[in-house]
Write a protein of this length. Structure first.
Length: 153
């Protein structure tokens, strides 16, 4: 496959042309966004990368939406995608055990859930456990989540 010019939103596509005896057998195109978080999005890759920068420097949603001329909900969805990718990366880097026997590991937990109209029984209750090795450089951390009904972590 070769990277070729195209009239699409990004201006480039992956193109494969197989020739047999000088005759074109097939001509396939694939978007440069295929199998990435950019697939199916109408924004340009440049705009998404600007949004990624704003997310990385902890800019508020409203500021990012104003600077990039986007809707708040669009920026919220992209921030959510960025958090998902970052959390998967952290999970893949950290193993089951964090820290050595001489390290201090700080652990904190919180219960995430809300009541519908602030009354009644809790719905969608989730426990989140976070761990970080004190003084580690680069930061070594781990997160675990449990579903409904699991009380004591």
């Amino acid at each position: 496959m070769k990277l070729c010019s195209d009239t699409g939103i990004d201006g480039q596509v992956w193109r494969c042309r197989k020739y047999i005896s000088g005759v074109s057998r097939h001509d396939r195109k694939a978007s440069i966004r295929k199998s990435s978080i950019f697939e199916g999005c109408k924004l340009t890759v440049q705009t998404i990368l600007y949004c990624l920068y704003e997310w990385a420097v902890l800019s508020p949603v409203e500021q990012t939406a104003h600077e990039l001329c986007l809707d708040d909900h669009t920026v919220i969805e992209w921030y959510r995608k960025f958090r998902t990718v970052a959390s998967r990366l952290v999970e893949s880097i950290t193993g089951e055990n964090i820290g050595m026997s001489t390290d201090i590991v700080e652990i904190d937990e919180c219960q995430i859930g809300r009541r519908k109209h602030n009354s009644g029984r809790r719905r969608n209750e989730v426990w989140l456990l976070g761990m970080i090795v004190r003084g580690s450089n680069p930061r070594v951390c781990s997160f675990r989540m449990s579903g409904v009904g699991i009380g004591g972590l």
